[in-house]
Each structure stands twice: as C-alpha cells, then as structure tokens.
Design a protein around this ligand. Sequence first.
Ligand code: CU
Length: 438
Amino acid sequence: MARRSPRLTTFLAAVLLIVLVVASSAQAAPQVAAIPGKEAAPTTTASGTATPAPTAADPKPTNPAATAAPPVATSTAAPAPKPTSAPSNNNSGPLPASALAKPVRGSCARRCVRKEVSAATPDEWSRYVAAIKKLNQGQGQGTTPYELLVQEHYDYASTSHGVDAFLPWHRYYLARLEQSLQKIDPNVCLLYWDWSRTSQNYKSHPVFSGTYMGSARPGCIPDGPFANWNTKQSGGKCVQREFNSATLAATQFIAGLMRESPKYTDFRTRYEAQCHAGPHVAVGGSMAVMSSPADPIFFLHHTFVDKAWADYTDLMSGGKYPEPNFAPAPWGVPASQLEKIQDWCYTYDSSPLQAETNVQKPSAIPDKFLEMNFKNVDQKVLAAIKNDTASVLGAVQDKIARNETADLVIPKHELVGGGRVVVVIGAWSPPRMVMRRW
Ligand SMILES: [Cu+2]
C-alpha cells in the first residue's frame, strides 16, 4: 500500500535540506509512506548516561485499585511502594477497538494531574506501563488498540502537523489515550518527559534507563518495561532508535519563544519546528516518521508538548486559536473547545527538574525528518520541488536571516492535488524551519 518515495536527501544534501512533502487532500486521508530514518551514523556513544531511577522511598502501603475513591486520580499524592496489583500483561488476544475511548468535553470519570515521568511514584509508573501494554497485547493476532492509535496518527498526519491544528489534534489524541488507559486501570494518568531541562544532554534524563523507556542505545529498546517493543507499524519488528547528538530546546529558549509569540500561529509554528521536532529527530528511528507513536516514548514527549501549549495559554492570554470553529479530522471537536485542559479532565504538575545554566540554542535539527508521498503524483511533485529548490530558497533566504520562520512558496500549479511542503534546514545555526500550507 504505502510506497516508498525517492529520497529527497540525495539532491538536497548539498544545502543540508530535507524537503518534506505532505499530501493534504481534502477528500481522503493521504497515502503516506513512513520511511525509516536515513541511517546517519550516530555520533554519540551509547554510554550509560541514564541517571538513577527513583526509589520507592515512602513505605506507606496503598492499594489504589481497592479504594472506592472519588473520581480524582491525582498524581500528586505521596510516593507509594511498588504495587503488586497493577494489571498484568498476559498473552491473550488484542482488546477490541472499542477499548479506545472517545473523550467528550467536560465528561470526566477521572481527573488527572499529569506529572513528569521521573516524579511518578513506582506505583503510578507501573500502572501506566501495564495499561499501555494491555492496549498492545495480542500482537500478531489482529490489530491491537495501540496499533490503531499509531495508525490514526499516521493516517491523519497531514491534518495534524505543520498546521495550526497540530496542538489541538494532539491534545485530543492524548486525551484519547489517557481515557483508554483509564478504562483498563482508572488510576492511570498520562506522564510527561520534560526534555527541556536536560536539553544539553538529553540522554542524561532518567527516562533513558531500564526503569523507564530503556537505555539510550541505538537499535531496539534494549531494556526496561518496553524492551523490544514492537507494533505493526514497525513491520512487526521492534521499534528502532538511533540517538544523535543534538541538543534540544532548553526551558529558557521555550520561555523566550512564548514571550515573542503573542499570536498562536507564531507560537505553534516555532514551537512545533524548533522545540517539538527535536526529540523526535534526536531519538530518531521510529520516532522520526509519522508512525512515531509506535515508540511509546512518543506519548511522554507529546504530553510535554501539550503542557507547553497549556503553559502558553496561561502566559499569553491573547494567544487564541485563530480558527475556533475548525474541527480537525477525525475528532470532530472544534479547536476552541480544546483550549482549556480542565475541560478534558486534567491539569499539569510543574516539572521537578532544575533548569540548566549556560544553555545553547537547540542545535542540529538533523537533516532528516520524514518523507511522505503525494498520492499518485509524487514523482512529478518531487521533480517540481527539485527544480524550484534554488529559487525557493533564494526567496526566503533574507527572511530566514532575520526571522525564525518564513513562508516557503512553491508554485501552486506544481503541487497537483494540494499539499504542504516543509523544509528543515539541517544545521541550526541559528535554528530555522520554514513551512507553508496550501
Ligand atoms: Cu504527531
């Protein structure tokens, strides 16, 4: 079904660009081809940079499953010891597709305070893991609900990336995961990976350890609860990581970007390109393509991205979504209804991690991200972009020199069927990304 498109990198490598072409046909979900990342040799070693896992310090026993509690799954409770009561991951078949929740605004069976992953209690973490595993149980015996989620991200890639709907689309998507997990275990709340406070050495975050998402070594997830994790979208093989040496967007950089972006669209464009993209590309492999939710670290990452939007909304009350009635497919929920996280049954705990000092701008969005096909016309489109590359870049160079974002204009007639072109400049000095939607 999905066809592999020719690698744009071959003719754009000289200018350190990757051109991303995303179909955005209004009638049908685009035919997309998730292509494993180019095997740029990681320049870093798989050194043991993961910091020690938190310990279960509080001996107070709790059994959340046994409490007929009010519907508040606050994650800010005192640390609990490792439970024995979390759902087990057995080998029976997949849960039905109906295991996936369809969140309704204001309808809260539970309320969550989403925490930084390293601040989760062992109990919270093991329940989170168990519920995610349950969503993906029965591999090879049909499609698991987890795989359906991965597929949704892949199928609606063009309505959810490089456009203003990026943030609301993913907000609903995460609420869908959270409430699906709660159908398995009502005590589960999403957790986030705050990569902005280990931005200069992202592999030093405790998330990259055998306790959480596995040590920072290229290849399959080497250890931890998701060791050798796989989905259909990774071809039935384990999801892959590469780990490059990028530095990510630091807390201070993100704060500055928010302050300098009173308009939502400016914030969204810059944050998506300069902050959100970093961890996708730095981890690389399965995280660097549109089936990226195949790697469960995706959800920790995107929960932090969602927190940034919540923080931005608090900080910049004028930064309203520009098209409040636009309802990104397939959720059918107007974007204006997705602006308040309380409406979707959660808030955020602040990050427990210390801000870094002497941070640099995020470096090296690597010169790859993903490639996708235009339906039936990819060769023509790619040829058109190739021919236009020089003039297109010439037209935006001046803007690029002054601004952090600029429009990229490709003659519309060349892009039969519509679409979107995203150019990522490989070496960020200073960081740049250029987008244009038709
Ligand atoms: Cu996404």
